[in-house]
Design a protein around this ligand. Sequence first.
Ligand code: PMP
Length: 364
Amino acid sequence: DRNNHFNFSGGPGALPESVLNATQAAINNVPEVGLSLLGISHRSEWLRNVLDETEDHLRNLLSIPKNYHVLFLQGGSSLQFSMIPMNFLRGSRKIAEYIVSGYWSIKSVPEARKEGQVQVVWDGRDSGYKRLPKAEELVVSSDAAYLHYVSNETVEGLQFSYLPGISNVPLICDMSSDFLSQSIPIERYALIYAHAQKNLGPAGVTVVLIRDDLVDTIPSDLHTMLDYRTHIRGKSIYNTPPVFALYVVMLVTRWLRKDIGGLAAMAEINQAKADTLYKVLDESGGFYQGHAVQENRSLMNVAFRLTDPNLEPLFLKTAVENGFYGLDGHRSIGGLRASLYNAVTQSGVEALAAFMLDFQQRYG
Ligand code: PMP
Protein backbone atom coordinates (compact mmCIF):
# COMPACT_ATOMS: atom_id res chain seq x y z
CA ASP A 1 0.00 0.00 0.00
CA ARG A 2 1.20 3.51 -0.82
CA ASN A 3 0.02 5.90 1.92
CA ASN A 4 -2.96 3.62 2.57
CA HIS A 5 -3.99 3.57 -1.07
CA PHE A 6 -4.58 0.00 -2.21
CA ASN A 7 -4.49 -0.98 -5.88
CA PHE A 8 -6.92 -3.81 -6.74
CA SER A 9 -7.01 -2.99 -10.44
CA GLY A 10 -7.27 -5.71 -13.08
CA GLY A 11 -4.29 -4.14 -14.78
CA PRO A 12 -1.94 -2.40 -14.77
CA GLY A 13 -1.82 -3.93 -11.33
CA ALA A 14 -0.12 -3.27 -8.04
CA LEU A 15 3.68 -3.32 -7.87
CA PRO A 16 5.78 -4.01 -4.76
CA GLU A 17 6.51 -0.95 -2.64
CA SER A 18 10.27 -1.62 -2.71
CA VAL A 19 10.19 -1.81 -6.52
CA LEU A 20 8.34 1.51 -6.78
CA ASN A 21 10.91 3.15 -4.51
CA ALA A 22 13.86 1.72 -6.47
CA THR A 23 12.25 2.81 -9.74
CA GLN A 24 11.77 6.32 -8.41
CA ALA A 25 15.49 6.50 -7.51
CA ALA A 26 16.49 5.14 -10.94
CA ILE A 27 14.43 7.79 -12.72
CA ASN A 28 16.67 10.32 -11.01
CA ASN A 29 19.88 8.42 -11.60
CA VAL A 30 21.05 4.89 -12.35
CA PRO A 31 24.35 4.90 -10.44
CA GLU A 32 26.12 2.38 -12.72
CA VAL A 33 25.47 4.69 -15.68
CA GLY A 34 25.14 8.16 -14.18
CA LEU A 35 21.97 8.96 -16.16
CA SER A 36 18.22 8.88 -15.66
CA LEU A 37 16.61 5.50 -16.39
CA LEU A 38 14.51 7.33 -19.00
CA GLY A 39 17.51 8.31 -21.09
CA ILE A 40 19.80 5.29 -21.27
CA SER A 41 20.74 3.78 -24.63
CA HIS A 42 19.21 0.42 -25.43
CA ARG A 43 22.59 -0.56 -26.92
CA SER A 44 24.37 -0.01 -23.62
CA GLU A 45 26.07 -2.89 -21.85
CA TRP A 46 23.95 -1.91 -18.85
CA LEU A 47 20.68 -2.83 -20.59
CA ARG A 48 22.17 -6.12 -21.82
CA ASN A 49 22.98 -6.89 -18.19
CA VAL A 50 19.44 -5.95 -17.12
CA LEU A 51 17.93 -8.36 -19.64
CA ASP A 52 20.40 -11.10 -18.76
CA GLU A 53 19.66 -10.71 -15.06
CA THR A 54 15.89 -10.82 -15.70
CA GLU A 55 16.27 -13.94 -17.82
CA ASP A 56 18.35 -15.54 -15.08
CA HIS A 57 15.65 -14.79 -12.46
CA LEU A 58 12.90 -16.14 -14.74
CA ARG A 59 14.87 -19.32 -15.50
CA ASN A 60 15.46 -19.83 -11.79
CA LEU A 61 11.90 -19.03 -10.66
CA LEU A 62 10.18 -21.21 -13.29
CA SER A 63 12.93 -23.86 -13.73
CA ILE A 64 13.03 -23.07 -17.44
CA PRO A 65 15.16 -25.67 -19.28
CA LYS A 66 17.90 -24.73 -21.76
CA ASN A 67 15.81 -25.68 -24.78
CA TYR A 68 13.44 -22.72 -24.21
CA HIS A 69 14.11 -19.18 -25.38
CA VAL A 70 13.14 -16.30 -23.10
CA LEU A 71 12.02 -13.28 -25.15
CA PHE A 72 10.97 -9.76 -24.18
CA LEU A 73 8.67 -8.44 -26.91
CA GLN A 74 6.35 -5.48 -27.48
CA GLY A 75 2.78 -5.18 -28.73
CA GLY A 76 1.20 -6.66 -25.61
CA SER A 77 -0.50 -10.01 -25.36
CA SER A 78 -2.85 -8.85 -28.14
CA LEU A 79 0.00 -9.06 -30.65
CA GLN A 80 0.66 -12.63 -29.53
CA PHE A 81 -2.91 -13.47 -30.61
CA SER A 82 -1.61 -12.76 -34.15
CA MET A 83 2.04 -13.79 -33.97
CA ILE A 84 1.20 -17.29 -32.74
CA PRO A 85 -0.97 -18.28 -35.74
CA MET A 86 1.34 -16.42 -38.15
CA ASN A 87 4.34 -18.40 -36.95
CA PHE A 88 2.67 -21.77 -36.28
CA LEU A 89 -0.47 -22.03 -38.41
CA ARG A 90 0.20 -20.08 -41.62
CA GLY A 91 0.64 -22.46 -44.56
CA SER A 92 -0.02 -25.51 -42.38
CA ARG A 93 -2.49 -28.25 -43.32
CA LYS A 94 -3.14 -28.79 -39.63
CA ILE A 95 -5.90 -27.24 -37.54
CA ALA A 96 -5.26 -24.98 -34.56
CA GLU A 97 -7.44 -25.75 -31.56
CA TYR A 98 -8.72 -23.05 -29.20
CA ILE A 99 -10.51 -23.26 -25.87
CA VAL A 100 -12.90 -20.32 -25.56
CA SER A 101 -13.38 -19.69 -21.86
CA GLY A 102 -13.94 -15.94 -21.63
CA TYR A 103 -13.30 -12.43 -22.86
CA TRP A 104 -9.62 -12.85 -23.75
CA SER A 105 -9.80 -16.25 -25.41
CA ILE A 106 -12.77 -14.96 -27.46
CA LYS A 107 -10.45 -12.23 -28.77
CA SER A 108 -7.67 -14.64 -29.76
CA VAL A 109 -9.76 -16.76 -32.15
CA PRO A 110 -10.50 -14.32 -35.03
CA GLU A 111 -6.79 -13.52 -35.33
CA ALA A 112 -6.00 -17.21 -35.78
CA ARG A 113 -8.75 -17.62 -38.38
CA LYS A 114 -6.94 -15.08 -40.56
CA GLU A 115 -4.01 -17.48 -40.81
CA GLY A 116 -5.57 -20.92 -41.18
CA GLN A 117 -8.08 -23.45 -39.96
CA VAL A 118 -9.31 -23.14 -36.40
CA GLN A 119 -11.38 -25.50 -34.30
CA VAL A 120 -12.98 -24.22 -31.11
CA VAL A 121 -12.84 -27.33 -28.91
CA TRP A 122 -14.92 -25.86 -26.10
CA ASP A 123 -16.91 -22.66 -25.64
CA GLY A 124 -18.27 -21.47 -22.29
CA ARG A 125 -20.88 -19.21 -23.89
CA ASP A 126 -23.87 -21.31 -22.76
CA SER A 127 -22.78 -21.04 -19.14
CA GLY A 128 -22.24 -17.27 -19.43
CA TYR A 129 -18.48 -17.88 -19.06
CA LYS A 130 -18.97 -18.80 -15.42
CA ARG A 131 -17.12 -22.08 -15.60
CA LEU A 132 -14.24 -23.84 -17.34
CA PRO A 133 -14.40 -27.19 -19.15
CA LYS A 134 -13.71 -30.34 -17.19
CA ALA A 135 -10.82 -32.32 -18.68
CA GLU A 136 -13.19 -35.03 -19.93
CA GLU A 137 -15.30 -32.49 -21.84
CA LEU A 138 -12.39 -31.53 -24.08
CA VAL A 139 -12.29 -33.48 -27.32
CA VAL A 140 -8.93 -32.69 -28.89
CA SER A 141 -7.08 -34.11 -31.88
CA SER A 142 -3.64 -35.68 -31.70
CA ASP A 143 -2.82 -33.99 -35.01
CA ALA A 144 -3.57 -30.33 -34.21
CA ALA A 145 -1.04 -27.61 -35.04
CA TYR A 146 -1.35 -26.53 -31.41
CA LEU A 147 -3.87 -26.10 -28.61
CA HIS A 148 -4.30 -22.54 -27.30
CA TYR A 149 -5.89 -21.61 -23.98
CA VAL A 150 -5.94 -18.83 -21.41
CA SER A 151 -4.82 -20.12 -17.99
CA ASN A 152 -6.58 -17.30 -16.15
CA GLU A 153 -9.48 -15.36 -17.63
CA THR A 154 -8.85 -11.93 -16.16
CA VAL A 155 -12.34 -10.52 -16.77
CA GLU A 156 -14.48 -13.41 -15.53
CA GLY A 157 -12.06 -14.59 -12.83
CA LEU A 158 -11.73 -18.18 -14.06
CA GLN A 159 -8.49 -20.10 -13.55
CA PHE A 160 -7.52 -23.52 -14.86
CA SER A 161 -6.27 -25.94 -12.23
CA TYR A 162 -5.15 -28.59 -14.74
CA LEU A 163 -3.34 -28.69 -18.07
CA PRO A 164 -5.68 -29.19 -21.03
CA GLY A 165 -4.73 -31.15 -24.14
CA ILE A 166 -2.55 -34.11 -24.92
CA SER A 167 1.18 -34.30 -24.64
CA ASN A 168 2.18 -34.63 -28.31
CA VAL A 169 0.30 -31.49 -29.44
CA PRO A 170 2.12 -28.20 -28.73
CA LEU A 171 0.37 -26.47 -25.84
CA ILE A 172 0.27 -22.67 -26.08
CA CYS A 173 -0.87 -20.63 -23.13
CA ASP A 174 -1.85 -17.01 -22.55
CA MET A 175 -0.63 -16.70 -18.97
CA SER A 176 -0.95 -12.91 -18.88
CA SER A 177 -2.81 -12.68 -15.62
CA ASP A 178 -1.36 -15.54 -13.56
CA PHE A 179 2.25 -15.73 -14.77
CA LEU A 180 4.66 -16.08 -11.82
CA SER A 181 1.80 -16.47 -9.34
CA GLN A 182 2.64 -20.16 -8.80
CA SER A 183 4.93 -22.91 -10.10
CA ILE A 184 4.01 -24.57 -13.40
CA PRO A 185 5.11 -27.76 -15.20
CA ILE A 186 7.05 -25.79 -17.78
CA GLU A 187 8.08 -28.76 -19.97
CA ARG A 188 4.46 -29.42 -20.89
CA TYR A 189 4.22 -26.07 -22.69
CA ALA A 190 5.49 -25.29 -26.17
CA LEU A 191 4.94 -21.55 -25.74
CA ILE A 192 3.85 -19.32 -22.88
CA TYR A 193 3.20 -15.60 -23.16
CA ALA A 194 2.43 -12.99 -20.55
CA HIS A 195 2.42 -9.24 -20.75
CA ALA A 196 4.04 -7.38 -17.89
CA GLN A 197 1.26 -5.25 -16.50
CA LYS A 198 -0.21 -7.78 -14.05
CA ASN A 199 2.43 -9.58 -11.99
CA LEU A 200 5.58 -8.37 -13.71
CA GLY A 201 5.82 -4.62 -14.11
CA PRO A 202 4.47 -1.76 -16.23
CA ALA A 203 2.92 -2.27 -19.67
CA GLY A 204 5.27 -2.35 -22.63
CA VAL A 205 6.95 -5.73 -22.26
CA THR A 206 5.53 -9.15 -23.07
CA VAL A 207 7.49 -12.20 -21.97
CA VAL A 208 7.42 -15.14 -24.39
CA LEU A 209 8.88 -18.52 -23.48
CA ILE A 210 9.24 -20.63 -26.56
CA ARG A 211 10.53 -24.19 -27.00
CA ASP A 212 13.36 -24.60 -29.45
CA ASP A 213 11.81 -27.21 -31.75
CA LEU A 214 8.84 -24.94 -32.51
CA VAL A 215 11.13 -22.36 -34.06
CA ASP A 216 12.16 -24.72 -36.89
CA THR A 217 8.62 -24.75 -38.31
CA ILE A 218 8.23 -20.95 -38.73
CA PRO A 219 7.50 -19.95 -42.37
CA SER A 220 10.12 -17.84 -44.10
CA ASP A 221 7.87 -15.11 -45.53
CA LEU A 222 6.88 -13.34 -42.31
CA HIS A 223 7.43 -9.67 -41.67
CA THR A 224 10.67 -9.27 -39.76
CA MET A 225 9.17 -7.90 -36.54
CA LEU A 226 6.48 -10.60 -36.46
CA ASP A 227 8.90 -13.52 -36.80
CA TYR A 228 9.98 -14.98 -33.43
CA ARG A 229 13.38 -15.82 -34.95
CA THR A 230 14.18 -12.11 -35.33
CA HIS A 231 13.88 -11.63 -31.59
CA ILE A 232 15.75 -14.82 -30.77
CA ARG A 233 18.66 -13.66 -32.97
CA GLY A 234 18.44 -10.09 -31.68
CA LYS A 235 18.30 -11.30 -28.05
CA SER A 236 15.19 -9.12 -27.57
CA ILE A 237 16.99 -5.96 -28.76
CA TYR A 238 16.26 -6.10 -32.50
CA ASN A 239 14.73 -2.62 -32.33
CA THR A 240 14.40 -0.07 -29.53
CA PRO A 241 12.90 -1.89 -26.55
CA PRO A 242 11.04 -0.21 -23.65
CA VAL A 243 14.05 0.27 -21.38
CA PHE A 244 12.01 1.66 -18.49
CA ALA A 245 9.55 -1.23 -18.41
CA LEU A 246 12.33 -3.81 -18.80
CA TYR A 247 14.19 -2.35 -15.83
CA VAL A 248 11.10 -2.58 -13.61
CA VAL A 249 10.50 -6.18 -14.72
CA MET A 250 14.06 -6.95 -13.64
CA LEU A 251 13.37 -5.42 -10.22
CA VAL A 252 10.14 -7.40 -9.84
CA THR A 253 11.73 -10.74 -10.75
CA ARG A 254 14.59 -9.97 -8.35
CA TRP A 255 12.05 -9.16 -5.62
CA LEU A 256 10.17 -12.39 -6.28
CA ARG A 257 13.33 -14.45 -6.03
CA LYS A 258 15.19 -12.68 -3.23
CA ASP A 259 12.47 -11.12 -1.05
CA ILE A 260 9.54 -13.51 -1.52
CA GLY A 261 11.74 -16.60 -1.91
CA GLY A 262 10.33 -18.08 -5.12
CA LEU A 263 7.06 -19.25 -6.60
CA ALA A 264 6.11 -21.83 -3.97
CA ALA A 265 6.19 -19.08 -1.33
CA MET A 266 4.34 -16.70 -3.69
CA ALA A 267 1.63 -19.30 -4.33
CA GLU A 268 1.04 -19.75 -0.62
CA ILE A 269 0.63 -16.00 -0.13
CA ASN A 270 -1.73 -15.80 -3.12
CA GLN A 271 -3.86 -18.68 -1.82
CA ALA A 272 -4.21 -17.01 1.57
CA LYS A 273 -5.27 -13.70 -0.01
CA ALA A 274 -7.90 -15.37 -2.20
CA ASP A 275 -9.20 -17.43 0.74
CA THR A 276 -9.63 -14.23 2.77
CA LEU A 277 -11.72 -12.54 0.08
CA TYR A 278 -13.81 -15.49 -1.12
CA LYS A 279 -14.74 -16.13 2.53
CA VAL A 280 -16.35 -12.68 2.60
CA LEU A 281 -18.40 -13.54 -0.52
CA ASP A 282 -19.36 -17.00 0.73
CA GLU A 283 -20.44 -15.82 4.17
CA SER A 284 -22.36 -12.77 2.94
CA GLY A 285 -25.68 -14.62 2.66
CA GLY A 286 -25.90 -13.62 -1.01
CA PHE A 287 -25.15 -9.91 -0.53
CA TYR A 288 -21.96 -10.45 -2.57
CA GLN A 289 -22.19 -12.97 -5.40
CA GLY A 290 -19.12 -14.43 -7.10
CA HIS A 291 -19.19 -14.71 -10.90
CA ALA A 292 -17.28 -17.98 -11.30
CA VAL A 293 -18.43 -21.38 -10.06
CA GLN A 294 -16.54 -22.41 -6.95
CA GLU A 295 -14.22 -25.02 -8.53
CA ASN A 296 -12.95 -22.65 -11.25
CA ARG A 297 -12.45 -19.54 -9.14
CA SER A 298 -9.34 -17.53 -9.91
CA LEU A 299 -6.82 -16.74 -7.19
CA MET A 300 -5.86 -13.60 -9.13
CA ASN A 301 -9.17 -11.97 -10.09
CA VAL A 302 -12.20 -12.12 -7.81
CA ALA A 303 -15.12 -11.08 -10.02
CA PHE A 304 -18.37 -10.48 -8.14
CA ARG A 305 -21.59 -8.48 -7.98
CA LEU A 306 -23.90 -7.05 -5.41
CA THR A 307 -27.29 -8.74 -5.38
CA ASP A 308 -28.69 -5.23 -5.63
CA PRO A 309 -26.79 -3.76 -8.62
CA ASN A 310 -28.07 -0.28 -7.75
CA LEU A 311 -25.72 -0.33 -4.78
CA GLU A 312 -22.62 -0.90 -6.93
CA PRO A 313 -21.88 2.76 -7.72
CA LEU A 314 -22.11 3.54 -3.99
CA PHE A 315 -19.85 0.58 -3.24
CA LEU A 316 -17.21 1.85 -5.67
CA LYS A 317 -17.44 5.45 -4.44
CA THR A 318 -17.18 4.46 -0.77
CA ALA A 319 -14.31 2.09 -1.62
CA VAL A 320 -12.26 4.89 -3.19
CA GLU A 321 -13.01 7.16 -0.21
CA ASN A 322 -11.48 4.45 1.95
CA GLY A 323 -8.41 4.00 -0.25
CA PHE A 324 -9.48 0.95 -2.27
CA TYR A 325 -8.88 1.57 -5.98
CA GLY A 326 -9.63 -0.36 -9.17
CA LEU A 327 -12.56 -2.43 -7.91
CA ASP A 328 -14.85 -1.82 -10.88
CA GLY A 329 -15.47 -4.86 -13.07
CA HIS A 330 -14.25 -5.02 -16.67
CA ARG A 331 -16.29 -2.77 -18.98
CA SER A 332 -17.53 -5.86 -20.89
CA ILE A 333 -19.40 -7.44 -17.96
CA GLY A 334 -19.63 -4.67 -15.36
CA GLY A 335 -20.01 -5.59 -11.71
CA LEU A 336 -17.03 -5.59 -9.41
CA ARG A 337 -13.61 -7.20 -9.39
CA ALA A 338 -10.78 -7.34 -6.90
CA SER A 339 -7.49 -8.35 -8.50
CA LEU A 340 -5.04 -9.97 -6.12
CA TYR A 341 -1.83 -9.90 -8.12
CA ASN A 342 1.49 -10.83 -6.52
CA ALA A 343 2.22 -7.38 -5.12
CA VAL A 344 -1.16 -7.05 -3.37
CA THR A 345 -0.45 -7.78 0.29
CA GLN A 346 -2.35 -9.96 2.74
CA SER A 347 -2.85 -6.91 4.97
CA GLY A 348 -4.30 -5.01 2.00
CA VAL A 349 -6.75 -7.84 1.35
CA GLU A 350 -7.70 -7.96 5.02
CA ALA A 351 -8.37 -4.23 4.94
CA LEU A 352 -10.61 -4.73 1.88
CA ALA A 353 -12.39 -7.66 3.54
CA ALA A 354 -13.11 -5.48 6.60
CA PHE A 355 -14.41 -2.70 4.36
CA MET A 356 -16.71 -5.14 2.54
CA LEU A 357 -18.09 -6.56 5.80
CA ASP A 358 -18.75 -3.06 7.02
CA PHE A 359 -20.46 -2.07 3.76
CA GLN A 360 -22.66 -5.16 3.99
CA GLN A 361 -23.60 -4.35 7.58
CA ARG A 362 -24.65 -0.85 6.58
CA TYR A 363 -26.55 -1.65 3.40
CA GLY A 364 -27.33 -5.39 3.58
N1 PMP B 1 -4.83 -11.83 -22.35
C1 PMP B 1 -5.24 -11.66 -21.08
C2 PMP B 1 -5.50 -12.87 -20.24
C3 PMP B 1 -5.41 -10.37 -20.58
O1 PMP B 1 -5.81 -10.19 -19.31
C4 PMP B 1 -5.18 -9.25 -21.42
C5 PMP B 1 -5.37 -7.82 -20.97
N2 PMP B 1 -5.76 -7.59 -19.72
C6 PMP B 1 -4.75 -9.49 -22.74
C7 PMP B 1 -4.59 -10.79 -23.16
C8 PMP B 1 -4.46 -8.34 -23.69
O2 PMP B 1 -3.25 -7.80 -23.31
P1 PMP B 1 -2.63 -6.45 -23.91
O3 PMP B 1 -3.46 -5.33 -23.43
O4 PMP B 1 -1.23 -6.46 -23.34
O5 PMP B 1 -2.61 -6.59 -25.39
